[in-house]
Design a protein around this ligand. Structure first.
Ligand code: FPP
Length: 249
């Protein structure tokens, strides 16, 4: 399948909602935490596949603002998994020229998590290959409200003129804007739910959506390639007609 992929039309940014870890665990008669552990294998495999294809940004919804209200033991397990995975993988990411980044309310994470994350971010900061972006304690509404607060402060301080506010200026205040992350061309969601779940609400305005029934722990390179092939078969119109697009090309 990899051979069928058009290398000149790889999405620069792919965002993923990794869903179905709990259902995978239930199906396999194990605890939910086991599903998350197996989910890490998929994170590794998809990161490798994205790097090989030359994707520039891969953004993974690892922990949402809403996930804080899960049972305490599950939140703790997810934080432990995050720390142990980053600790284990940081050198490997660096070796593969991958730059680790994070978006979200990172300061709300336990300090050990912040420490491990910040060290790996620092270690990989000069890498020029794939940018692996973890969305942590992230939600689209949180990000938009946060950006709006900063804009209001800057207007009040006379740094920007409210009349000059437009899409581009607004986007520059979002987590992604501040970090130079472009909007995703493709958004993948596993486990069949037809929802956006407060993910990158501003940025997905024109993203192609790919939803698969495959549960995240079963999502592998082949499934990832399938999503890219599906993307390559779409016509992206950005509100225009097909005829207008063919005139441009
Ligand atoms: C959704 O499955 C998944 C999550 C809330 C967490 C995703 C986290 C990982 C894959 C592991 C940590 C990631 C990194 C980058 C180290 P769910 O629990 O909502 O599944 P369900 O809908 O079947 O219950």
């Amino acid at each position: 399948m990899k051979q069928e992929i058009d290398k000149s039309n790889i999405p620069a940014h792919i965002a993923i909602i990794m869903d179905g870890n709990g259902r995978w665990a239930k199906k396999n008669g194990s605890m939910r935490v086991k599903g998350h552990q197996h989910g890490v294998k998929s994170v590794r495999e998809v990161t490798e596949a994205a790097g090989e294809l030359g994707v520039k940004y891969l953004t993974m919804y690892a922990f949402s603002t809403e996930n804080w209200s899960r049972p305490e033991y599950e939140v703790t397990a997810l934080m432990h998994l995050l720390v142990s995975t980053i600790r284990k993988e940081a050198r490997n990411l660096n070796k593969n020229n991958i730059k680790l980044m994070a978006i979200g309310n990172v300061e709300s994470l336990p300090s050990v998590c912040q420490k491990e994350l910040n060290e790996a971010i620092k270690l990989t900061k000069d890498n020029t290959g794939l940018n692996l972006v973890l969305a942590l304690s992230y939600s689209g509404r949180w990000e938009i409200v946060n950006a709006t607060k900063k804009i209001a402060e800057d207007v009040k301080a006379g740094k920007i003129d409210a009349d000059k506010l437009d899409d581009n200026l607004f986007a520059s205040y979002l987590e992604t804007g501040v970090k130079g992350i472009p909007d995703p061309e493709l958004m993948i969601r596993t486990s069949g739910e037809m929802r956006i779940s407060n993910y990158l609400l501003w940025q997905i305005a024109y993203s192609e959506l790919y939803i698969t029934d495959t549960l995240w722990p079963d999502f592998n390179k082949e499934e990832f390639n399938k999503a890219i092939l599906s993307y390559q078969q779409r016509e992206r119109r950005f509100g225009k007609t097909s005829e207008q697009l063919s005139k441009v090309n």
